[in-house]
Design a protein. Structure first.
Length: 235
């Protein structure tokens, strides 16, 4: 049965400490709601703001595909298999935790916060070798419409994830631009910035999400300031 479940920004679970302001779309850490643990294969959708010269110190992950998307500022990544770099808006990153990896995510700026969305899906197979990939897709996003950011199905231009039943699409919609949600069993639409009108549902603003279940393609119309959206399609 098809369904559209709108979750407003203000209803998200909230972690607020001196260096971090994080909004969780699903149960995360000390925030646990047994009725809100995932949508399809999407387990984590954290909307994080990290203060200058601070961040997530070295910590461990295992058997998870982790995709990070920066909205503003820069995020410095280091991990235990030798990867190091700074993420910026439009540079997609995937870290496969596999058999185990340690990493840190720090804001290198002494003045500006970094705002990013981090998303987790489980891998097809446990126990793979840890891995990392990043790709600048600003050029593709500039063409308009939805563009693949991370894919387990080999989409050109996307970073590869080890989950054949998941694809992350993204768009920077210009004011009034119309796009459509992809057709899929489970679709998670997250408005990262700006606002959109979702067909038969109404306005969604920054931080709002719509969880679609077998809903088919629905029209999205960007508001007067445009919108940046992230859309997962999973089984």
């Amino acid at each position: 049965m098809s369904a559209v479940d709108v979750r407003r920004a203000g209803s998200r679970m909230h972690t607020r400490i001196d260096w971090l302001d994080s909004r969780h779309s699903f149960s995360f850490g000390r925030h646990y709601d047994p009725a809100n643990t995932h949508h399809g294969l999407l387990l984590v959708n954290n909307d994080d703001r990290v203060a200058p010269a601070s961040g997530f110190s070295t910590h461990f992950h295992r058997d998870m595909e982790i995709v990070t998307w920066v909205l503003s500022g820069r995020l410095e990544h280091r991990d235990s298999v030798g990867n190091h770099g700074e993420l910026y808006p439009g540079l997609a990153q995937r870290m496969s935790a596999g058999t185990g990896i340690e990493h840190s995510e720090m804001n290198p700026s002494p003045m500006d916060e970094v705002h990013f969305v981090q998303m987790w899906v489980p891998p097809d197979s446990e126990g793979i070798a840890p891995g990392y990939e990043q790709r600048d897709i600003n050029g593709d996003l500039g063409k308009g419409g939805l563009r693949p950011i991370a894919s387990g199905r080999g989409h050109d231009g996307a970073i590869a994830i080890h989950q054949r039943d998941a694809v992350l699409w993204g768009a920077r919609l210009r004011p009034g631009e119309v796009a459509s949600t992809p057709d899929g069993e489970h679709v998670h639409l997250f408005v990262a910035a700006g606002d959109v009108d979702l067909q038969d549902t109404g306005a969604l603003g920054a931080g709002d999400a719509a969880r679609l279940t077998q809903a088919g393609e629905l029209a999205l119309t960007a508001g007067p300031s445009g919108a940046e959206i992230l859309v997962w399609v999973t089984s």
